[in-house]
Design a binder for this molecule. Structure first.
Ligand code: SF4
Ligand code: SF4
Length: 286
């Protein structure tokens, strides 16, 4: 079972949900932080890191001794990452999507490839027995997020439970994180901003045809519009995390909120079983 935890915007508490759900499970779990531009799951789980591996992608290198300035590499590149300028060819590695088109089309064999480091992936173990952990960290200045996410996802445990902390929003990195997962938990808050971004997130998950449900964080603040939307759209509300000073204090200290509330601990413990039932029910729906 692979479960993504996502949200239409940052700061709604998806990392809190991922960390507390992972720590509540009474079976082996692998937790992957795919929010590679700002990974912070480690602040709550305090993993022991055992390995670090570079994530690399090929970029072109041009041998001007062979180049005839024919411009075919420039014409094929949809990303404007290579250009003939005067009597030379310039490349823009930060724009390159590593498709290999320029090296394939060059009639002179002038374009070869070299590696560019996009970021790193760290793996380790979590604070409780049988918890595996991996996180990606995008290098400063890099914009190619999906390859780093895919590398983190290579650590999915196909035989057990994997939780994926997805990036916020609804853009390519989120799609890359949620792709091929069995269920998406959408974390939101009962505010107008929360509702607006929730609608975008629901559209995205439905487009991907992944079973999904809601967790409402900071329940009790804001208004009832998120609940009305959930009812209208037949979105199951899996859990409400109350807007509570003790919870906010635990969060700000990097503590798990289940350590502060037995009630919440029990609710997180039943969450996984509720999700299993929903996956079966939504998959079997006509
Ligand atoms: S590898 Fe692809 S994206 Fe990169 S410069 Fe060549 S054609 Fe453009
Ligand atoms: S396709 Fe090859 S020969 Fe033509 S401009 Fe590009 S590098 Fe030079």
């Amino acid at each position: 079972m692979i479960i993504s935890i996502a949200s239409g915007k940052g700061g709604t508490g998806k990392t809190t949900v991922a960390a507390n759900l992972a720590a509540s499970l009474d079976q082996a779990v692998t937790v992957l932080d795919c929010d590679v531009e700002e990974p912070n799951l480690h602040l709550f789980l305090h993993p022991k890191i055992h390995t670090r591996e570079n994530v690399v992608a090929p970029i072109p290198r041009v041998d001007m001794e062979k180049c005839t300035l024919c411009k075919r590499c420039m014409e094929i590149c949809r990303f404007n990452a290579i250009a003939v300028a005067g009597k030379t060819v310039v490349t823009f590695p930060e724009l390159c999507h590593s498709c290999g088109g320029c090296s394939a089309i060059c009639p002179e064999g002038a374009v070869t490839e070299m590696e560019r480091v996009l970021g790193i992936v760290e793996t380790g173990t979590g604070p409780v027995p049988d918890m595996g952990f991996a996180q990606g960290l995008l290098d400063v200045g890099q914009v190619m997020v999906p390859p780093v996410i895919r590398k983190v996802k290579s650590h999915i445990d196909t035989q057990g439970i994997t939780l994926i902390d997805a990036p916020p929003g609804t853009s390519c990195p989120v799609i890359a994180a949620m792709k091929d997962t069995d269920f998406v938990i959408l974390v939101t808050e009962p505010t107008p901003f929360g509702l607006n971004d929730l609608k975008l997130a629901v559209e995205t998950v439905r487009m991907m045809d992944i079973p999904h449900g809601l967790i409402i964080n900071r329940a009790g603040m804001g208004d009832d519009a998120v609940y009305a939307y959930a009812k209208e759209q037949h979105l199951p509300v899996l859990l409400e995390i109350p807007f509570d000073r003790k919870i906010a204090e635990a969060y700000s200290r990097g503590d798990l909120i289940i350590s502060r509330s037995n009630d919440l601990k029990e609710k997180f413990q039943t969450l996984y079983h509720d999700i299993c039932r929903l996956v079966d029910a939504q998959r079997c729906a006509p």
